[in-house]
Design a protein around this ligand. Structure first.
Ligand code: ATP
Ligand code: MG
Length: 560
């Protein structure tokens, strides 16, 4: 650890602190992170994870991982396993691991209790009809003709729902609250629906499944959660959350507290798992872990560090106001972290051959290079230098303007860690394209400084041709071309057609050979890169995690 940081403060922590001070729940703090296993976690979930686990940590409490698995048709064990991997990767370990499906029997018994108390009834209306008759913000709802069934009849019908006597959609169990309530969530919400679908954990045991609202608060209560932190869209559900718990209070059921905060939104991407699934299934990306995806798996593959993500999430803070964060903020978090920890290497993405005509043929030498100027302990390495080199095509210009501080005929530049070189002439092919540069080097400038004190304006990266390792490098840009694609009806039309550029024949310094997937480094002057799982010994594959500077902002400015 570096300097100790002041723990974050925000309105959620203020509430928790107040409850602890008031000795509520015997001063204990218990939170949970409750993903539905219907997709992979994304950067928005990382924010929730940092809040849920972070608060538990800060208050000496516990945080459970609870899978909210009440929707059997969309959920799977594949997602459960991936979610666990991602939470651990972020650096968090849960206290208890639970599934809402663990509580199906208890939830059923409590539903029976509501029926007995005259607080729930079986309805025969199809779900669409229930929805239609719920009314609107300006009109009260219409009561169902089945609303006043006797307790006996309701008990019997509910038991038969469970026993599988009815088809999907034929019946629901609804709470009997208030069809004229200002909050439409209180207009006799559905607790159970019939769904003859096998569940990834309970198999064929159940054909009725609890709705989110009925499952969530009661699961919190069963686990002894004290603070059930969720996102703002659940704010209008809170009266219902509390109503259910209130009905069960006489049974000695605990009374957790729901607190809502604003979800994370990012520019040029979207967070909805349903839509991310559409991107995957439609083949618009290579999978859930495509490095352009906002999923944790995608970010990891791209080269993001868990530290940069948790730092990003923590720095954003927790508020009650929905807003959209610029993607640059996330990218900067990665730059800041990798700047401190990533070793530097030289790699040339678009090689242009350079022959150092006064360097002896067949010879080479090892030059010392600094691994990380931000971290002395990272030490040095050596890189081979020889007569034939590659530099970046962009670093040469034939009719260069005065301010072009790179290479041109007659100009002198420094090759990083090596020598000053001066371009003497160019070789072109029949089409007039430059295929080779001729340079001379000044042996007195070894290491990169001239003993006579003469200066050069430019320093270029390079690799020795005979030692270079050819590699594939994947360059990524925003997945979407519009800032807020989620707001677009035809959001798929807004995919950025140039979000992936594959460079087939990049040249790496030999120290980059054989690095394993997950290895992250800086290619000097180009950005931060990470080895992709597609890498092989024959052909290393690197992903560009992020450029050194925010080139998008620059481009936007230029474009007006
Ligand atoms: P999606 O809309 O992407 O499917 P969700 O809210 O349905 O997301 P869940 O698996 O139900 O996903 O979410 C688990 C937890 O993560 C919930 O507490 C939810 O509020 C939180 N969460 C989801 N998305 C975000 C986000 N963008 N920002 C902050 N928290 C989020
Ligand atoms: Mg959800």
């Amino acid at each position: 650890m570096t300097e100790p940081e002041a723990p974050p403060t925000d309105f959620v922590r203020d509430i928790v602190r107040g409850d602890v001070a008031d000795e509520k729940n015997d001063g204990k703090v218990a939170t949970r992170f409750p993903p539905e296993p219907n997709g992979y976690l994304h950067i928005g979930h990382a924010k929730a994870i940092c809040v849920d686990f972070g608060i538990a940590r800060e208050f000496g409490g516990t945080c459970n991982l609870r899978f909210d698995d009440t929707n059997p048709t969309k959920e799977s064990t594949e997602y459960v396993d991936a979610i666990k991997e991602d939470v651990r990767w972020l650096g968090f370990e849960w206290d208890g691991e639970f599934f809402a499906s663990d509580y199906f029997e208890q939830l059923y018994e409590w539903a029976v209790h509501l029926v007995r108390e005259g607080k729930a009834y079986v309805d025969d209306l199809p779900l669409e009809e229930v929805r239609r008759m719920r009314g609107s913000l300006t009109e009260p709802g219409e009561p169902s003709p089945h609303r006043d069934r006797s307790v006996e009849e309701n008990l019997d019908l509910f038991a038969r729902m469970r026993a599988g006597e009815f088809a999907n959609g034929e019946k629901t169990l609804r709470a009997k609250i208030d069809m004229a309530a200002a909050n439409t969530n209180l207009r006799d919400p559905v607790l159970y629906r019939i769904l003859h679908s096998p569940h990834h954990r309970t198999g064929d045991t159940w054909c009725i499944y609890p709705m989110y609202d009925w499952a969530h608060g009661q699961s919190d209560a069963i686990e002894g959660i004290t603070h059930s932190i969720c996102t703002l869209e659940f704010e209008i559900h809170r009266p219902l959350y509390e109503w259910f718990l209130e009905q069960l209070k006489p049974l000695g059921v605990a009374q957790p507290r729901q607190i809502e905060f604003a979800r994370l939104n990012l520019t040029y991407t979207m967070m909805s798992k349903r839509r991310l699934l559409e991107l995957v299934e439609g083949g618009h990306v290579a999978g859930w872990d495509d490095p352009r995806m906002p999923t944790l798996g995608g970010l990891r593959r791209r080269g993001y560090t868990p530290e940069s993500i948790t730092r990003f999430a923590t720095d954003l803070g927790v508020t009650k106001f929905n807003s959209t964060t610029d993607m640059v903020v996330l990218e900067n978090a990665l730059r800041n972290h990798l700047n401190k920890v990533a070793p530097r290497f030289m790699a040339v993405l678009r090689p242009l051959k350079v022959v150092v005509t006064n360097y002896p043929e067949g010879e080479s030498e090892e030059l010392e290079a600094v691994n990380n100027p931000e971290d002395e302990s990272a030490g040095t390495r050596t890189v081979p230098f020889s007569r034939v080199l590659y530099i970046e095509r962009d670093d040469f210009m034939e009719d260069a303007p005065r301010k072009f501080f790179r290479l041109s005929v007659g100009r002198e530049v420094r090759l990083r860690y090596a020598y000053f070189v001066t371009c003497t002439d160019v070789v072109k092919d029949e089409s007039g394209e430059i295929v080779e540069l001729h340079c001379t080097y000044d042996p007195a400038t070894r290491g990169g400084d001239a003993p006579d004190g003469r200066k050069v304006k430019g320093t270029l990266h390079w690799v020795s041709a005979e030692h270079a390792v050819p590699a594939e490098v994947r360059l990524y840009d925003h997945l979407f071309a519009t800032e807020n694609p989620a707001a677009e009806e035809d959001w798929l039309e807004h995919l950025n057609p140039t979000s992936l550029e594959v460079v087939e024949d990049a040249m790496l310094e030999p120290n980059l050979a054989g690095q394993e997937p997950g290895f992250r480094c800086q290619f000097e002057r180009l950005g931060y890169f990470a080895v992709d799982p597609d890498t092989t010994d024959e052909k290393p594959v690197f992903n560009r995690a992020v450029t050194l500077r925010d080139s998008w902002a620059k481009a936007k400015k230029k474009g007006g």
